[in-house]
Design a protein around this ligand. Sequence first.
Ligand code: SF4
Ligand code: SF4
Length: 370
Amino acid sequence: MADEILIKPDLQFVKRIMAAGGQDAKKCYQCDTCSVVCNPTPEENPFPRKEMLKAQWGLKDVVKSPDIWLCHQCSDCTVYCPRGAKPGEVMGVLRQMCIEHYAIPPILARMVGDYRFLPLLIALPVVLLLLALKVTGRLAIPEGDIVFAKMFPWYVIDVIFVGAAAFAVFVLAQGVMRYWRDINAEPWKVKLKGSVMSNLVPTLTQIVKHEKFKLCETTFARSLNHLMVFFGFVFLGAVTAWAFVKEWVFHSPGPYFLLSPIKILAIIGTALLLYGIYQIIVARKANADKAGYGTYFDWQLIYAIAAVGVTGLGAWVFRLMGVKILAYPTYFLHLTSIFFLFFYAPYTKLAHLVYRTVAMLHARMSDRGF
Ligand code: SF4
Ligand code: SF4
């Protein structure tokens, strides 16, 4: 006789899924169409039907599943679901709950996922930056040419943003290590092949090329738009790293000439970021009826990235135009949005960069066809 399995449904968990954007999860009648039309899913033990069942039944351990991160939210399943249960959206909500589950402190994770706390979350960097201006005696618009370092000297930027980045890396690392432990324990325990290091390079190559994402059909353009934003981030990250090295190793901080390589890289990065995010917004709205509109969690990250790009471009343009009264406040907003994006990264959808990488690495090592 087969072993008995004790199922412990958690109704609060079901309510949370429905409140966070998975309100149609209960419509699912387990026909399995979603798993059949999903191109990225492995053939063996495919998703998302089984995750839909667990979500409906309140089996909250599903948030620790390695498979929820193999879904790339292309929404083919949502388009073809005969019941309108929106499995793509439900998978997104499960990932949000996974991030919340592993992030510390959990209260901050819950606040970041709740739109009612947005003003408070924005207030933190605003107050911090205003405090820095007050302490350094720079609350007024600086005299003379527009040089942003007159407002926030490099050492102030470094203290605030290196601190924010260190906090984010620490929280993310803690969460991901606990997630890795869980996906290597029962009921997901499988024999892994090869070492982490030998599998990491092919996994990262697959991610950089968006190989799985490109398998999506209905919203194929989403993978291209995502790729632009991804490389926008990579280029701007390289620019930031170069500026950091110039400052601390060569003791030669900016400003940079308009046609210097670092400036050109920054312009290309900003253009990719802005165009990619604009296309993401347009495509999501255009496909909302068939593929789902997305949740607050999705849109929060989209608008945070857009805010970084728009304010960065705005501050640069206003500086070139010599409009002080707009350049400095826009730069202030730029720093606010950068802080928001990175400090809260372990709690927002941006954490998918790390969780999905770990899940795809695990899938490759466990022969899941990734
Ligand atoms: S989510 Fe839709 S397609 Fe998938 S099993 Fe349920 S009813 Fe069928
Ligand atoms: S959203 Fe796309 S990748 Fe995710 S389960 Fe649905 S079809 Fe598969």
